[in-house]
Ligand binder design. Structure first.
Ligand SMILES: [Zn+2]
Length: 332
């Protein structure tokens, strides 16, 4: 199962190589061109046949949040900093893994129940070392670590794993690419690097591609749990068509066009207003001289944790919507 492989690959921001290799293996026979740039973005071109074709950039980010070793204490514990939006509360008593396979346990040096704010400086990782000297046999300063989170199949076609953000978006893009024959438009599938540290990869990729239309495929919230919240999105209600998040207010022409596509092909959809957090859509929107931009989102529970969950019904709706959206003739 490709989604399982994608979520289990190591890909903390800046260290996306294992994910990019897996993606290249899965896209190369379906693509006209595959290119990797200096920031590690994987840019996959599927050429279109339309007379009035446009350049469409579809961005799904490969990177996941994680940790980086800052220093090692005399007793062999690792002090770390965050790479992206790490929460201390979601980290304590979880496992993390380094690129060489070394596993560590995350704990907090004070009572987590009394923690105020999100002081990453009080986290430490215990890899079982006896001393600093011992720890240095396994780990160096600057080594990145990612959460461990097995891929688990749950009832009702729901699955959970680490790094659904945004490997499920990469999965949607790959499956859409596989389903496309020769599309109407030139489609640039960008598997972007460095999203979690400030939308860096997609910014650079958009400068290279100069798209007419940009679309970010990323996770959004799902507000149908006891924790609730004010969002609209829910499991089982289909592809979430982005209206806005912190990084972008989507181009109304793109939003209307996505809704029209969903209605035409009977694809279940819901409207996505993300209460907080940004996406690659913001970077594409503000690139070049401005790009018409939208987003297709996968409702996700427990994002940025080792146990993020999606409903495959929604995932499949997103694949359908991407496939049909990039294949239409745009009148704007
Ligand atoms: Zn994301």
């Amino acid at each position: 199962m490709l989604l399982k492989e994608l979520t289990q690959a190591f890909g903390v921001s800046g260290f996306e190589d294992e994910v990019s290799q897996l993606i290249i293996t899965n896209v190369k026979e379906h693509a006209d061109e595959v290119f990797v740039d200096a920031l590690k973005n994987v840019i996959v071109l599927k050429k279109g046949k339309g007379i009035n074709k446009k350049k469409i950039m579809i961005a799904s980010h490969m990177d996941e949040i994680g940790f980086m070793v800052l220093s090692i204490t005399d007793k062999g514990y690792l002090k770390v900093r965050n790479i992206g939006g790490i929460s201390i509360y979601m980290s304590v008593f979880n496992k993390v893994k380094f690129r060489n396979g070394i596993v560590g346990i995350v704990d907090y040096q004070d009572s987590i129940a009394e923690a105020k704010g999100n002081d990453i400086g009080k986290l430490y990782i215990d890899i079982g070392a006896k001393s600093k000297e011992d720890a240095l046999r396994y780990i160096a300063v600057g080594e990145p670590a990612a959460y461990v989170g097995d891929y688990v199949e749950l009832p009702n076609n729901r699955v959970c794993a680490k790094a659904m953000d945004d490997r499920v978006g990469c999965y949607v893009a790959i499956e859409a690419l596989k389903k496309l024959g020769t599309p109407y438009n030139d489609v640039y599938f960008v598997f972007s690097a460095l999203e979690e540290v400030g939308l860096r990869g997609s910014k650079v990729a958009a400068q290279r591609i100069k798209p007419d239309i940009g679309v970010a495929i990323d996770i959004t919230g799902s507000y149908d749990t006891p924790q609730g919240g004010n969002g609209n999105m829910m499991f089982g209600q289909g592809a979430a068509i982005k209206i806005m998040d912190n990084s972008v207010i989507c181009s109304d022409k793109v939003v209307e066009s996505m809704i029209e596509t969903a209605q035409k092909y009977n694809i279940k959809y819901q409207l996505d207003v993300l209460p907080s957090g940004g996406t690659d859509a913001g970077a594409i929107n503000q690139s070049n001289e401005g790009v018409l931009t939208g987003g297709i989102s996968i409702p996700t529970r427990y994002g940025h944790s080792p146990v993020s969950m999606v409903d495959m019904f929604d995932v499949n709706c997103c694949i359908e919507l991407v496939t049909h959206f990039v294949d239409k003739e745009f009148k704007f």
